[in-house]
Design a protein around this ligand. Structure first.
Ligand SMILES: Cc1cc2nc3c(=O)[nH]c(=O)nc-3n(C[C@H](O)[C@H](O)[C@H](O)COP(=O)(O)OP(=O)(O)OC[C@H]3O[C@@H](n4cnc5c(N)ncnc54)[C@H](O)[C@@H]3O)c2cc1C
Length: 447
């Protein structure tokens, strides 16, 4: 029997795992296992499956089941290794699954291997193949620019073409001997953005709409730092994080767009951002657990402590900085906020409140619909000065940032309507602790 274990690869297109099932002559099965500990709340009140993430996952699995039918997709909840070993005991199988990213996944695969399971891995998450990137492993570029220059140096590394979905019509399905099912909560209402409708079908529709109907890529570089709007950035992150879209497919669709409408700085910049994702992915593979230490990749002391008052204020979006509270409210309500906001939230968390960056990363991990272990922890470490930033961390000045990116306070009015028609100057004065609005005083004056 050959079993495909799906994790962050909830799609049919451009998926080497389905090919491995189609190539097999005996029985086959496919399983998704929700790790039960993702739902457990830790001492800081955090868990790993916020409302937006769970809704996306639930929809993505439902969509995949529909696309696969009549071939079944088994759903389980519990400890992945325990469940797979229990299944293996009743019916031995060869396990095919995508290569590990996070140390947690490395550990799962090692435990399975040590218990005698034949584990075969394939790649579905990166743009480039391991063979392309491997020459960099011994001296992995310390900065994104170093990596990008390697990739773009003539002849530029080609992004392999995505493979079409395979025909699964001839698969012989094996039954799962375990009690199956995942305990979901009811999802109510429509997602706040069409890109957060979970699953491959919705993701493909959104990608086509964004690129070819709306042609929103035509202004990508100019609008990607905005804080509000449906088309300011691609909103592809959730689909990429859960593997509902293949990054290679996205890349080649951008090439198709360029063929049709011409390439320019905007189309280049979306590929540039996908290279950031790629860089963080391979960096995590190379550096592993180090990324999760306080000193991160630097191995040096990085400031940051715990402060219960600040932490509570953060979690209830009541830091007294309206700009930041609005961002936190958006994040907690929708599972998303723009890259610009994420940078400012992280910078305030680390550099104004002096909190441990890893707690902030875990807060994002709970809430982000697009949580991606490499991108999230890589970006937090970068801003904290524990990662790949050659400048040893980024400290943003929200006042300057809002003057540039949201001078009319559109975002703030949307997420903090109770503040009424305040001006940028008034908000800045409040955040500096000078002239207070009818709003909680800032935890720390923002200078
Ligand atoms: C503190 C912090 C935490 C973050 N956590 C995550 C995360 O968990 N998951 C995640 O996908 N992105 C994360 N990002 C990166 C970025 O904010 C999001 O990818 C982006 O906002 C998603 O919106 P979009 O798809 O419209 O992005 P676009 O601007 O349209 O970019 C296209 C794609 O490029 C990739 N990308 C863009 N910017 C980055 C970046 N800085 N790092 C890595 N990949 C990038 C994403 O896959 C994104 O979908 C984080 C950034 C910060 C500052």
């Amino acid at each position: 029997m050959r079993l495909l274990w799906l994790r962050n690869d909830l799609r049919l297109d451009d998926h080497a795992g389905w090919q491995r099932l189609a190539d097999h002559h005996g029985e086959t099965a496919a399983v998704y296992i929700l790790p039960a500990h993702w739902r457990e709340t830790d001492g800081n009140g955090l868990h790993r499956l916020g409302a937006a993430r769970v809704a996306y996952l639930q929809q993505a699995l439902a969509d995949l089941r529909e696309r696969l039918a009549p071939f079944p997709l088994t759903l389980l909840e519990g400890d992945p290794v325990d469940l797979l070993l229990a299944w293996h005991q009743v019916q031995p199988f060869e396990l095919v699954t995508h290569a590990a990213q996070a140390p947690e996944e490395v550990n799962w695969l090692a435990r399975l291997h040590d218990a005698g399971v034949n584990v075969q891995t394939f790649e579905v998450q990166p743009l480039f193949s391991p063979e392309q990137v491997e020459p960099l492993f011994s001296k992995f570029p310390a900065s994104f620019t170093g990596f990008r220059k390697q990739v773009e140096k003539a002849p530029a590394w080609p992004v392999p073409a995505p493979q079409p979905a395979v025909n699964l019509g001839r698969l012989q399905a094996a039954a799962c001997p375990l009690t199956t099912g995942i305990h979901w909560r009811e999802i109510s209402g429509e997602p706040a953005h069409p890109a957060w409708q979970g699953g491959e079908s919705a993701a493909q529709t959104w990608l086509g709409h964004y690129l070819f109907e709306q042609k929103a890529l035509a202004h990508y570089k100019a609008s990607r730092n905005d804080l509000t709007g449906r088309y300011f950035s691609s909103h592809l992150s959730a689909a990429l994080a859960w593997g509902c879209l293949s990054p290679r497919m996205v890349w080649h669709r951008i090439l198709a767009y360029e063929q049709q409408w011409g390439s320019d700085e905007h189309s280049y910049w979306l590929k540039f951002e996908l290279l950031w994702r790629e860089y963080f992915h391979w960096s995590l593979r190379v550096h592993g657990r180090r990324l999760f230490l306080k000193g991160g990749l630097t191995g040096k002391a990085v400031p940051g402590a715990f402060n219960a008052e600040y932490w509570q204020a953060w979690c209830s979006a009541s830091t007294g900085w309206p700009m930041i509270d609005a961002g936190l409210k958006e994040l907690m309500a929708t599972g998303f906020c723009s890259n610009r906001l994420r940078q400012n939230l992280a910078s305030c968390f680390i550099h104004e409140l002096g909190l441990d960056w890893r707690l902030g990363a875990r807060f994002f991990e709970q809430h982000l619909v697009d949580f991606d272990v490499a991108s999230n922890w890589g970006n937090w470490a970068y801003i904290a000065g524990a990662g790949h930033d050659p400048r040893r961390g980024r400290h943003f000045n929200p006042h300057r940032q809002w003057r540039q990116y949201d001078p009319k306070l559109t975002h703030l009015h949307q997420w903090l309507p109770e503040l009424g028609p305040v001006t940028l100057k008034q908000v800045e004065a409040h955040q500096r602790g000078e002239q207070l609005l009818d709003y909680p005083a800032p935890l720390v004056p923002l200078d």
